[in-house]
Design a protein around this ligand. Structure first.
Ligand SMILES: Cc1cc2nc3c(=O)[nH]c(=O)nc-3n(C[C@H](O)[C@H](O)[C@H](O)COP(=O)(O)OP(=O)(O)OC[C@H]3O[C@@H](n4cnc5c(N)ncnc54)[C@H](O)[C@@H]3O)c2cc1C
Length: 537
């Protein structure tokens, strides 16, 4: 075979998957139809979970260096007309620097190891591409379009066309379609997207370069400025602090330029770099793959950017699939390893579509309070403004405070996760309550020497049995059981008090992606069964 894994599509999902596979020593070929990454506006916020993942991959500092400066606040404003007049509502959200200080002094597992980071998709993609190109086992081919594929019991063959029109074939053990909302892979597999029951809006988006605007905004620096109008107008600060996107429902591209001028409300010089249309979607694929072909990212779930769960869900997919592909290709993974991908991630995809709907309905609720006389200097105008603010104060939070969705997701019904009796903690989109319920992400805790638990475990550590609170439990049988599958496994003894207190148990079995596979105070009666389950046998 030409390679072990073909990754089709170099958006954030495909790039993250290719980099993670490459770091695990898996040979992969990343094909992307575009000749190069494009400078087009899309996502701009990597959430805390994605940043924890990028930290494990050694990329977090690089991403922060290229993202929004660490001291810029992430505040959200609702304004009446423009960013000059006093805002109707100002919600404060901490800068990265402020959050880092908060995280450094928090020891109860409630905060993530890394705060969010604002970085525009057009900055993130070239960064990840450069990392992928440095990995010896990753072959990066831009200007290569996936036309179709065939698969049999042993392999997948992709038919690819380059920019000169030359058609060739690439064979591999697996193909992963990270090819976005119009996925060729999904269409060829005949897998449908379901959803869009709600009214979906069609908006225009423009990208502007306006030097010095952010510093001049008299109402304060922030991230989002929503205009309380009947056009759903929103101004978004991009990572350079000199680029801004505007979303609005208007009749023409030219209207976007007028709308930007009105929104900034100051006679500043600016360039318009792009204007385009985009449509909201809330869709989930019926399946996440078939046979040797998998899909990840927007190819299987499309959410409304409100809540910022699009790319972040794709990064989660990539990181769940990557170690399972590696474990299978390295020979220690059983058939349940790859089969669990769809079970684990489709469930999260479903929740994130719901979380995005929840955020969007909140946004729509306060926007529905708009009245034609809302800008009038009359008692009726004042009343309309007060009503909108009252609703927005509650409803806008639903877009910006989805920490429960971001950190609190867990893998339910997975064949790799040891089932505990009961339903498990309730899933809350807003509130995150640290838990080690099997399937959950390991909550972040600091160790006595100041290191983060995640860093102590390291990146390519395989399965880790955490021994906490100076337990004397005999765990040798589990090590033997993992060795029988030649699966990477080690015991990490952490005598510190905080982790034991937060995690609640003496023993935690962690998967390579730091999700909890099992917990207890002594090994289960049949450790062989636990090792078999966790490795997909
Ligand atoms: C206005 C806006 C704001 C957003 N804000 C956020 C945010 O703040 N946070 C967030 O998490 N998400 C956000 N999103 C969503 C986010 O942009 C997407 O979820 C993300 O781009 C999905 O990444 P992906 O890699 O799965 O797919 P894509 O980014 O769509 O990448 C797919 C890639 O596959 C390539 N491709 C397609 N077909 C083929 C083929 N046949 N052969 C080879 N290559 C192919 C495409 O050229 C493309 O490069 C936003 C989206 C929009 C529109």
């Amino acid at each position: 075979m030409d390679t072990q894994v073909i990754v089709a599509g170099a958006g954030p999902t495909g790039l993250t998957l290719a980099v993670d596979l490459g770091m695990r020593g898996i040979r992969c070929t990343l094909i992307e139809q575009k000749p190069a990454p494009q400078f087009l506006p899309k996502m701009e916020r990597c959430n805390a979970r994605s940043m924890e993942i990028y930290r494990r991959m050694g990329l977090a500092d690089n991403i922060r260096a290229k993202g929004l400066p660490r001291d810029v606040p992430m505040d959200v404003f609702i304004v009446l007309k423009n960013v000059v007049e006093p805002p109707l509502l100002h919600k404060k959200y901490p800068s990265v620097a402020e959050l880092k200080a908060q995280i450094a002094s928090t020891h109860d597992g409630t905060l993530p190891l890394e705060p969010y980071q604002l970085i525009s998709q057009y900055t993130l993609e070239p960064l990840l591409k450069a990392v992928a190109e440095m990995l010896p086992s990753v072959c990066v081919r831009y200007g290569h379009e996936l036309l179709s594929f065939t698969q049999d019991v042993d392999s997948v063959t992709a038919t690819v066309k380059d920019l000169a029109g030359k058609v060739s074939e690439i064979s591999a053990a697996y193909l992963v379609g990270c090819d976005g909302g119009a996925s060729v892979v999904r269409k060829q597999l005949g897998i449908k997207l379901a959803g869009n029951e709600d009214r979906m809006l069609q908006l225009r988006q423009s990208l502007h370069y306006c030097e010095g605007l952010l510093d001049k905004i008299p109402i304060g620096k922030g991230r989002h400025y929503h205009v309380a109008d009947n056009h759903a107008t929103q101004l978004i600060v991009q990572d350079s602090t000199k680029h801004f996107t505007l979303h609005s429902i208007v009749d023409s591209d030219a209207d976007m330029v007028t709308m930007f001028r009105e929104t900034i409300g100051m006679p500043l010089k600016f360039d318009t770099l792009y204007v385009g249309e985009w449509k909201q979607n809330l869709l989930l694929a019926e399946r996440y793959g078939q046979g040797r072909v998998f899909m990840a990212g927007d190819a299987v779930h499309l959410v409304i950017p409100t809540g910022g769960l699009g790319m972040n869900s794709g990064v989660g997919d990539a990181i769940d699939l990557s170690w399972k592909l590696a474990g299978t290709l390295q020979g220690w993974g059983g058939s349940n390893l790859l089969a669990s991908y769809e079970i684990e991630r489709r469930h999260v995809g479903e929740r994130n579509v719901e979380a995005s709907r929840y955020a969007t309905l909140g946004r729509r609720k306060w926007r529905s309070m708009w009245r034609p006389d809302i800008r009038d200097d009359t008692p009726e105008g004042a009343e309309a403004r007060a009503n909108l603010v009252r609703v927005a104060d509650v409803e806008q939070r639903k877009s910006n405070e989805l920490v429960g969705a971001e950190l609190g997701y867990r893998y339910v019904g997975s064949p790799l996760i040891w089932p505990e009796p009961g339903e498990g903690p309730l899933h809350d989109f807003v509130e995150y309550v640290p838990t080690t319920w099997p399937g959950a992400r390991l909550p972040h805790v600091w160790l006595d020497d100041g290191a983060a638990m995640q860093d102590r475990i390291g990146y390519d550590s395989g399965y880790t049995l955490l021994q906490l609170g100076r337990t004397q439990a005999d765990v040798s049988a589990l090590a033997k059981a993992f060795a029988a599958y030649s699966a990477p496994f080690r015991v990490l003894d952490i005598p510190d008090e905080d982790p034991r207190a937060v995690y609640g148990y003496d023993l935690l079995l962690l998967r390579p992606d730091l999700h909890v596979a099992w917990r207890g105070n002594r090994l289960p009666d049949n450790p062989e069964r636990l090792a078999a389950m966790a490795t997909g046998h």
